[in-house]
Write a protein that binds this ligand. Structure first.
Ligand code: TXA
Ligand code: MG
Length: 318
């Protein structure tokens, strides 16, 4: 696999990336959550290329990334809740699912046949610079082959996608480390479709308690169905002990001893620090030569929820 150029974010590389996007090509985009595989959201051809590059099922819609709330208002029907949430959490790790406007210029492929569109304004400087230089919304799923571990460094992107991207902007390791929280605002009570970088508690403080999509309502959270975020090795959840042929994904000061390899997400038990390390450590344990990965459970608060969610999906039958 040919490796794409990995470029520091400079005025030069940003304009080169914008040019590639205008030509319908895809670029590796740093965001504060995970790296994105970005293409022109208004181009059917570019959006189709994203699905193909990831081998992503076409029923799973993409997020349109925008430079600010004003740009989002041109795509979707922003209501009062969306205004309050955007005001408080954008730029940041919150994705809002809203009704598409009749004149929404984003490719229908991006919505995967739904009449809704997910929008997010990312906080990373390089992402913001590229959105500004490009001047149009960017469709960007996480920059990994579908179902595999998400990328949090430019290297992860180049390793996973090779020359399916024209270039990767190297924005350093992602500050948040797990994907954005996806919130459905097309329903009476906001529904949490994916726990992520903005904790549920913080959202509830603005819009009240969140609901969950009804059991079996596949269409509401098409990306949350099957096994996901999966390393190659089998993953054992809620580990309290460890076997010598296992690799341990630990958390907190009381990790069991004796694993073939141990990486501690946060020895001091900090969930924010743990999220920053999650995907990189999963990749490293996956390459350790162990028979399986054993993962300790994190507390179900703040980013701990998003991490436990990713671990459960990584452990799901494939
Ligand atoms: O942090 C993130 O959100 C990253 C960075 C690159 O922004 N992107 C990301 O994209 O994680 P992706 O495609 O891997 O995940 C998007 C999630 C999927 O679970 C998808 O099903 C859901 O958002 N989604 C997108 N559009 C939707 C829609 N119209 N209705 C319901 N869910 C939607
Ligand atoms: Mg993804």
């Amino acid at each position: 696999m040919t490796r794409p150029p990995i470029l520091e974010p400079t005025a030069d590389s940003i304009s080169r990336a914008a040019q590639a996007l205008r030509a319908g090509l895809l670029v590796g985009l740093p965001t504060e959550t995970v790296y994105g595989l970005a293409g022109d959201a208004t181009s059917d051809r570019a959006v189709a290329a994203i699905f193909a590059a990831k081998n992503r099922p076409e029923f799973n819609p993409l997020i349109a990334h925008v430079a600010d709330a004003a740009a989002a208002r041109l795509l979707v029907e922003f209501d009062g809740r969306a205004e309050r949430l955007a005001q408080r959490f954008w730029p940041g790790a919150l994705t809002l699912v809203l009704k598409r406007r009749a004149d929404c210029p984003v490719s229908l492929l991006c919505s995967a046949g739904l009449d809704t569109l997910a929008v997010r304004c990312p906080a990373h400087d390089a992402a913001r610079a590229l959105l500004k230089a490009f001047g149009k919304p960017l469709a960007a799923p996480s920059a990994n082959p579908s179902g595999q571990v998400s990328p949090t460094t430019a290297r992860h992107v180049a390793d996973g996608l090779g020359d399916k991207v024209a270039l990767v902007i190297d924005g350093g390791p992602c500050a948040v480390g797990v994907e954005s929280t996806v919130l459905d605002l097309t329903v009476a009570a906001p529904a949490l479709l994916r726990p992520g970088g903005v904790p549920e508690e913080d959202l509830a403080a603005i819009v009240g308690p969140l609901t969950r999509p009804a059991e079996g309502d596949a269409i509401k959270s098409p990306g949350m169905l099957a096994s996901h975020y999966a390393p190659r090795l089998p993953l054992r959840l809620d580990a309290r002990d460890v076997k010598p042929d296992e690799a341990l994904l630990a958390f907190g000061p009381d990790a069991p001893q004796g694993a073939r390899m141990t990486l501690n997400l946060s020895a001091r038990g900090n969930v924010v620090e743990a999220a920053q390390h999650l995907f990189d450590y999963l990749r490293r344990l996956d390459a350790s030569g162990a028979r399986a990965i054993a993962a300790m459970k994190l507390p179900e608060r703040g980013l701990g929820r998003a991490i436990n969610d990713r671990l459960r999906r990584a452990a799901a039958p494939r």
